[in-house]
Design a protein around this ligand. Sequence first.
Ligand code: GLN
Length: 404
Amino acid sequence: KDSICVKVIESRAGSKILSGFIPQRNATVVERAIAEGAIVVGKNSQDEFGFGSYNVNVGVGFEVPKNPFDEKRACGGSSGGSAGFASLTKFSHASFGESTGGSIVCPASFCGVVGFTPTYGQFSRYGLIDYGNSLDKIGPITKTVEDSAIVLESASGVDPNDSTSVHSKKENFSSFVGEKPNGKTLGVVKEFCEKGRLESGVEKIFFDKLSALEKEGFKIKEVSLALNEKFAIPTYYLMSTPEASTNLARFCGMRYGLQKDFSGNFNEYFSQIRSEGFGLEVKRRLMLGTFARMSGFRDAYYLRALKVRSKLLKEFKAAFKKVDFLVHPTMPFVAPTFSEIKNFSPLQHYYADLFICPANLGGFPHVSVNAGFSNGLPVGFMFTSDHFGESELIRAGSLLEELK
Ligand code: GLN
């Protein structure tokens, strides 16, 4: 993903404002992959700074990637280019995506590949052009669960350059590929899988795979995420946009990227550069985020959102007392066409992430694996586990993969 810095390659997080920015260092995940013999082949398109679900909110002058299964449809976002490319390549390839509210699994589902979002802190964020620091997670997008497991092995672990990276136990993740579940329980999220909620093709594929998993020895239970269903999206936007607005304040045409001849006073220059360098969706989010953290509003919005987040997290923790995984289709529909997307309101855009945002808000690891095709378009099946349940996700995900 363009937001992950690679030494000597222009890294712009999909934004014109970072034109010409060439990092002097590799992101830790890139450095670790190279140390294991990886070869960097390039960077992929994304929604500008990660703001979107369809990779159509690209920066000024960038092109929108097309879905490998149907050119009239989106790749999903915001790591759309990473998923599209992982799906198209004929050689062994892993992309690094980044997810704040669902940007790894959404495009993975739409492009028929595996998207793996690790626990928050499992991968270092050093060298990531941040969207919202308390939510951002880097993770692999690959063709198979095994490839994701290999990336997890190389990239995981504490990094002195990122104080939020965690001392997790060093695991041999790829050894879990193809292992049997041993009586684990899948929790079908009631609110997301209710009749009428899902596109019919998606519903059929999801429930078919669920019964196949049951035959493989999984127990099935229904669980509720009622609070998350209601509050995750508003909470997410009240947390992520204030964090984005502070992060993006540094792009003022003086330190990084786009620069012009200085004219007028600083405020005039700052405003000229940002008007030209940022796309429309970025401007919308900066206004929302700046408002929500302004003095006088901070307690009412940002800080309240943080409190609601802890309640949402508790709902997940209670669910994980009853089941080992939460499962549902990654997205309720297949990749939409560009003309459908044009008619979506901003709120419809934001609510596209309803199923995938909750796990992201709580920093829970999750994986989307292709479960089949509805009219030739890929459908993703998502498993979420409790914090640091990556190895269990590899077990379950690789089993689903074999059921094809
Ligand atoms: N679609 C969400 C947003 O626009 C999530 C993006 C992401 O995870 N980077 O904020």
